[in-house]
Design a protein around this ligand. Structure first.
Ligand SMILES: O=C(O)c1cc(=O)[nH]c(=O)n1[C@@H]1O[C@H](COP(=O)(O)O)[C@@H](O)[C@H]1O
Length: 290
């Protein structure tokens, strides 16, 4: 039996209380401009902290997109550390969208950065890419379990190019093997509602799951679903794609919420409306923490 990890349970219960929406914090240059901010570290800080002040504590989770902080250099990562600290203070969980994946020995260093106590960049969870081999992620999966943090491993991404790799093998697909190995990882740990190793499955994948021999209804972790909003997937698409797994879907939406800024009230109303729509579509019972 492995080390107990509360990460999946923690986010599962927060979603029961606050809804499935995960607000993406993606400070694209175009969005900074639309908010009347400069494309520099000052603009980045105002943007990111405005979002956190508007919705911190109201939504279960946020997902800062790491590249959009990194493009401002070390000072940009400093702003990301502030976002993570605000998440902790407000009770909104932070999923760092870093999509890390490397050979095992280097992966241990990424695990130190994103999943251990030593680094201000460690939030509640991080996104990982398994396409150097699922086993290469072991240092990160072990660190997540040790430090009570979560991971979301890319299985079927929302971009059309992902099919080129992920769909290979048909019913015995590459993506299916990622799903199976994530489920096996969760089998090593103790949890109640959802294991610490989640998946990323785009809300835009349409009927691909059936064609690839994947059933998520019995998957034993959380499923981060980007693609709702700006990429075109609707709440009905989410209900169809994640039929049977609705209570475990973490719905990521970045531009669909951020376009309502910079007015904090408009941001928080947009997040509230989104959560209402998603709760109805996915059948999650917000307000129930049992
Ligand atoms: O891991 C992710 O978050 C992710 C995986 C994926 O398959 N597709 C995807 O869009 N994302 C991220 O989710 C966010 C989507 O942003 P919007 O399309 O603006 O909602 C971006 O930060 C993407 O990097």
């Amino acid at each position: 039996m492995g080390t107990a990890s509360p990460a999946g349970d923690r986010l599962y219960l927060a979603m029961r209380e606050k809804g499935p929406l995960c607000v993406g914090i993606d400070p694209h240059p175009g969005l900074l401009d639309a908010w009347g901010l400069a494309d520099d570290v000052g603009g980045l800080e105002t943007f990111a902290l405005t979002v956190m002040d508007a919705i911190g504590g109201e939504v279960a989770s946020v997902k800062p997109q790491v590249a959009l902080f990194e493009r401002h250099g070390a000072a940009g990562l400093g702003v990301l550390e502030q976002v993570i600290a605000r998440g902790k203070d407000s009770g909104t969980q932070v999923v760092c969208d870093a999509k890390r994946g490397d050979i095992g020995s280097t992966m241990a260093a990424y695990a130190d950065a994103w999943l251990s106590e030593r680094s201000g960049l460690a939030g509640d969870a991080v996104t990982l890419s398994p396409y150097l081999g699922f086993g290469s992620l072991s240092p990160a999966l072990d660190a997540a379990a040790e430090h009570g943090r979560g991971t979301f491993v890319l299985a079927l991404t929302s971009n059309p190019e992902g099919a080129d790799v992920q769909h290979r093998g048909g019913q015995d697909s590459v993506a299916k093997s990622v799903v199976d190995q994530a489920a096996a990882e969760n089998g090593l740990h103790e949890w109640t509602h959802a294991g610490p190793c989640g998946l990323v499955v785009g809300a835009t994948v349409g009927p691909a799951l059936d064609a690839l021999g994947i059933s998520l209804a019995n998957f034993n972790g959380l499923i981060l679903a980007p693609g709702y909003g700006a990429q075109g997937a609707t709440a009905d698409d989410l209900a169809r794609v994640f039929n049977g797994a609705g209570d475990r879907v973490v719905v990521a939406n970045s531009r669909g919420v951020l376009r309502h800024g910079p007015d904090p009230d408009a941001l928080s109303s947009a997040a509230r409306r989104c959560n209402e729509e998603l709760i109805q579509a996915l059948g999650q019972e917000a307000g129930s923490s049992s």
